[in-house]
Design a binder for this molecule. Structure first.
Ligand code: PLP
Length: 405
């Protein structure tokens, strides 16, 4: 009898590696070959972590914050998180209603792994962050994708939500501002969705608010549990320091939600990673309790870049782009490029062909929209300086102009 020693967990074997990492790897390969690539695919701010946060981390090491912490996070940080949710989101909670994880990603994974059983469905509006469907499936659930196209601003409507809910629906995942579209749900849009959810008490809601502070044009950020407190007992409101404080590498995410759920997530985390890094927790504490100018400054910078990108992309034949309301992504429709042939003879059949050709022929890296569940689009992350953004758009423009029909 032969045994395949390399056999994997079946769910993992059928999971797709992250599409964004795939492109990032290809960018690294091209750079190693000497190509000068402008990467517009990374999902992180290009700023340094604020100085006071860096100093707090160094001080934490000197002060001996170098040991295991409680799985759910140190109390001082949990108090700061509760304070943040009370102050910024109007959620009436205490520190015992919080959980600290190793990045926002672990919050989501913990929640799904702690609650999904075979046959459970998770509603994921598309375009979606690439990790949602993969996480759902790794945790044994079934993803129910609801396509939300440009006609609704890439947002879920109450009618589409109502049509997607079945007796097996366990979760709805909502992400605002959105990765990849930058779409932002208003208070009235969330209220309308809440009406449907109130009629379906078996559905849990995950509000992924990781881009909360990157919101433009003086819009007010609102989260579902704030708009409809009656949904609080079944809403997990997730956030973190990664995007707001340029702390993607520090790996601190957090959440508030019903205690039964947080306790289950903590139990899982206790057997998996234990508490988040003790040093990063002190750094996150400094971020949440310190001055907020960094947040305001990065919002101003990203809004300016958003305006620059949208105006430059608008001038490129074959591309069109709605003005995103938040995050740092432009989701440009590339339907006008499909069916055409590049200067190097590549036929562009899909948006993935467009992204690959842009990388190979224009030295610009973007991610194809179909990786996020909606084509033909490309996602352009504008977390780069103005000069690089201009250079990238010039290269994309040149590439488009040289296409043959
Ligand atoms: N949610 C969304 C929509 C994201 O885009 C990301 C990161 O790209 C995360 C969650 C995860 O954030 P973190 O880096 O804190 O794990």
């Amino acid at each position: 009898m032969s045994i395949d020693i390399r056999r994997l967990n079946e769910r993992l074997a059928s999971a797709k590696p992250s599409a964004t990492y795939h492109i990032i790897d290809r960018v690294a390969e091209r750079r190693a070959q000497g190509a000068n690539i402008i990467s517009l695919c990374a999902g992180e701010p290009d700023f340094d972590t604020p100085a006071h946060v860096r100093h707090a981390a160094i001080q934490a090491i000197e002060d001996g914050h170098t040991r295991y912490t409680q799985v759910a996070g140190v109390r001082t940080l949990r108090e700061a998180i509760a304070d943040k949710f009370r102050r910024e989101n109007g959620l009436d909670i205490t520190w015992q209603d919080t959980l600290v994880c190793n990045g926002g990603k672990q919050v989501i994974y913990n929640a799904l792994a702690a609650t999904l059983n075979e046959g459970d469905e998770v509603i994921v509006p598309a375009p979606y962050w690439v990790s949602y469907p993969e996480m759902v499936e790794l945790c044994g659930g079934e993803t129910r994708i609801v396509t939300c196209n440009a006609s609704t601003g890439f947002k879920l409507t109450p009618a589409a939500l109502a049509a997607a809910i079945t007796p097996r629906t366990r979760w709805l995942i909502l992400n605002s501002p959105s990765n990849p579209t930058g779409a932002v749900y208003s208070g009235s849009e969330l209220s309308a969705l809440a009406e449907v959810l109130l009629d379906n008490p078996h559905v849990l809601i995950l509000a992924d608010d990781i881009y909360e502070h990157l919101i433009f044009d003086d819009q007010a950020f609102v989260t579902l549990a704030e708009v409809e407190p009656r949904l609080m007992p079944r809403t997990l409101t997730m956030n973190g320091v990664s995007k707001a404080y340029a702390m993607t590498g520090w790996r601190i995410g957090f959440a508030t939600g019903p205690r039964w759920l947080l306790q289950a997530m903590e139990k899982l985390q206790g057997q998996q990673t234990s508490g988040a890094s003790s040093i990063s927790q002190q750094a996150a504490l400094a971020a949440l309790t310190g001055p907020k100018d960094f947040i305001y400054q990065s919002r101003v910078v990203f809004q300016r870049r958003r305006d620059l990108m949208v105006s430059l992309l608008d001038q490129i034949p074959g591309l069109s782009c709605e003005k995103p309301g938040g995050a740092f992504y432009a989701f440009a429709c590339c339907a006008g490029l499909i069916g055409r042939t590049t200067a190097a003879g590549r036929k562009l059949r899909t948006d993935e062909d467009v992204a690959l050709a842009l990388l190979e022929e224009a030295n610009v890296a973007v991610v194809h929209g179909s990786a996020f569940g909606l084509g033909p689009y490309i996602r352009i992350a504008y977390a780069l300086d103005d000069a690089s953004l201009r250079e990238a758009c010039e290269a994309i423009g040149g590439f488009c102009q040289n296409l043959r029909s």
